[in-house]
Design a protein around this ligand. Structure first.
Ligand SMILES: [Zn+2]
Length: 113
């Protein structure tokens, strides 16, 4: 499952960070997930609690901020929120829209003890 491998790599990263800081427990993790990242947030939360078992991140609070995706029209330069890859520019009606953001998936912060 896609979300499970993401959960595992997030846990690996935060566990490594906690170890570097000399901390034994991760109590909170904040993630930023773009709407076009292809991640099902509920599924990611579920996988996270399963994958965190017996790691320093067990029981950590997981906060996920879903970020709107934005596109930019290469024809007229307009920027606007988008919900997918094949979209029409709302100001000129062309389909030459480039995705500017919304594909990100990153750890914004972690709380360790
Ligand atoms: Zn346009």
């Amino acid at each position: 499952m896609h979300e499970m491998s993401i959960a595992i790599s997030v846990i690996d990263a935060v566990t490594e960070k906690a170890r570097q800081e000399g901390c034994s427990r991760v109590t909170g993790i904040e993630l930023v997930v773009g709407r076009l990242a292809g991640v099902e947030v509920e599924s990611l939360k579920f996988c996270f609690s399963a994958a965190a078992r017996n790691t320093p991140a067990e029981g950590a609070e997981l906060l996920i901020e879903e970020r709107e995706a934005a596109g930019r029209c290469e024809e007229c330069g307009a920027t606007f929120p988008i919900a997918g890859y094949y979209v029409k520019c709302p100001s000129c009606g062309q389909f030459r829209v480039r995705v500017e953001s919304g594909e990100e998936l990153s750890v914004r912060s972690i709380t360790i003890e």
